[in-house]
Design a protein around this ligand. Structure first.
Ligand code: SF4
Ligand code: SF4
Length: 443
């Protein structure tokens, strides 16, 4: 039987001890984030270097398990067909918040006529989020963050007993997996609330979607990867937490109408390529190191702007990834601020890849002018530095910002950098020159 492990937030007792440690800081065991990140990068590099053999071995392990139905999906359409075939009469799917399901499969699921339910948000019904900016977040030492997620239970076993006791809801659970072990086939999913456990144990059929890049050498590596995802994604989670009213029927209102005998005993595994093999041989290969922690989503100003409009924050890797695979033109939105690269635990230079993607985009006016402005900020700002006070005033005038948006495609929401008349080097030279002459005069 497939081992389905969830990483969950720690037990109440342990959470309380962390809370105490935050109230009264004490010396925590030393943990070096640099070492964790280097280990993670080495592990991810190994996984994508050996992707073909790891995938092949994992398939051979899963194929021997009679409780599993394995489908290799070359693209998103094939994955959606496999999901629909899991239970052709079912019209609801319940999904988790994984990038692979939300970014790659959601449009296809909707186009296939499924009503999509997201029980994740119902976990937070009484929760009022007061964090809107990352600098408002409480600082939590890395030692506590890493330990505050632990392997909790094996969902495949829990599903069997839950089905026997309650039957199932008439829904297909579709969930992206955070990591899978090639050596023994176990899979790891990380959850902050109860949504994944609930879907896995209660849905009539369960489909686990595994991006080929998420298959790693063994279970230890898979758990470590999921733990790192939790560690680095902790703050993004707090930022994005907002209760969303379900637009249609809520997951919780679906009755347990399927008797135990009719609920699927097999777990469906969909191994999704969807361009990953092609990416391995391309200049975007580095994107496959990603662990979907969403630390860059928190750091990226584009994501901030999106979320103010009520949209879900996308992570910068998703912009380049979708561009690399499907020619999506969204890399134009990048401001080259480099914040995503600074926070990425595996060191993906997303902004460089954005530039590459931009260079390969067919440029048209007004997009071309906007792209030039946003891709050459240093060159441009050097020219306007002589008129610094005037420039700084003009960039705050709403009418001109609207004009910039329609002619150059530069969003009026985007904060423009302030310009100084002198460069930092000039300012520093003038200061050090003055100090030297003061010292000479002082004798
Ligand atoms: S460099 Fe681009 S993608 Fe990265 S954080 Fe800045 S705006 Fe976002
Ligand atoms: S690209 Fe973003 S989501 Fe991926 S590992 Fe880096 S910070 Fe995390």
């Amino acid at each position: 039987m497939l081992a389905v492990l969830t990483m969950e937030t720690a037990t109440e007792k342990r959470r309380r001890s962390y809370a105490d440690a935050l109230r009264e800081p004490r010396v925590a065991p030393l943990l070096d984030l640099g070492t964790i990140n280097r280990t993670l990068r080495a592990m991810r590099s190994d996984a994508i270097d050996r992707q073909a053999s790891l995938v092949e071995h994992a398939i051979s392990v899963w194929s021997r398990d009679e409780d599993l139905q394995v489908t290799v999906a070359p693209d998103a359409e094939a994955a959606v067909r496999a999901i629909a075939a899991a239970s052709p009469q079912v019209r609801h799917v319940a999904i988790n918040k994984s990038s692979v399901v939300r970014s790659e499969l959601l449009p296809g699921l909707r186009a296939a006529g499924f009503q999509v339910l997201e029980p994740y948000y119902q976990n937070f019904q009484p929760f009022e989020n007061r964090f809107t900016e990352y600098w408002q977040l409480p600082l939590m030492p890395v030692e506590y963050r890493l330990e505050s997620f632990q392997v909790c239970n094996d969902l495949a076993t829990a599903r069997r007993s839950s089905l026997e006791a309650h039957g199932a809801r008439d829904v297909i659970g579709v969930m992206g997996v955070n990591a899978a072990s090639s050596s023994n086939g176990s899979v790891v999913l990380m959850q902050h609330g109860r949504n994944i456990s609930d879907i896995f144990t209660q849905a009539r059929e369960v489909v686990l979607v595994i991006g080929l890049d998420k298959i790693v050498a063994d279970q230890e590596a898979a758990v470590f990867q999921a733990q790192c995802m939790a560690l680095h994604g902790c703050e993004s989670l707090l930022l994005d937490l907002r209760y969303k009213e379900p637009s249609g029927q809520s997951y919780g209102s679906l009755p347990f109408s399927i008797p135990p005998g009719l609920a699927g005993r097999k777990v469906h595994l969909v191994l999704l390529d969807n361009g990953r093999t092609r990416l391995l041989e391309s200049r975007y290969r580095e994107l496959l190191l990603c662990i979907d922690c969403r630390a860059c989503a928190r750091a990226c100003p584009i994501g901030e702007i999106e979320s103010r409009k009520g949209d879900a924050r996308r992570n910068p890797r998703e912009y380049v990834y979708s561009h690399a695979l499907h020619g999506n033109p969204s890399p134009r939105a990048c401001m080259q601020c480099q914040r995503c690269g600074v926070v990425c635990p595996v060191g993906i230079e997303v902004s460089d890849l954005m530039l590459e993607a931009l260079a390969g985009t067919r440029m048209t006016l007004p997009g071309m002018l906007g792209d030039y402005v946003l891709s050459n900020p240093e060159k441009l700002l050097r020219h306007v530095s002589r008129l610094a006070p005037l420039y700084n005033r003009l960039t705050n005038i709403g009418l001109l910002r609207r004009l910039g948006e329609t002619t150059a495609g530069i969003s009026k929401e985007r904060p423009m950098p302030k310009v100084r008349r002198r460069t930092f080097a000039q300012w520093f030279r003038s200061r050090s020159g003055r100090s030297a002459s003061e010292r000479t005069l002082g004798g």
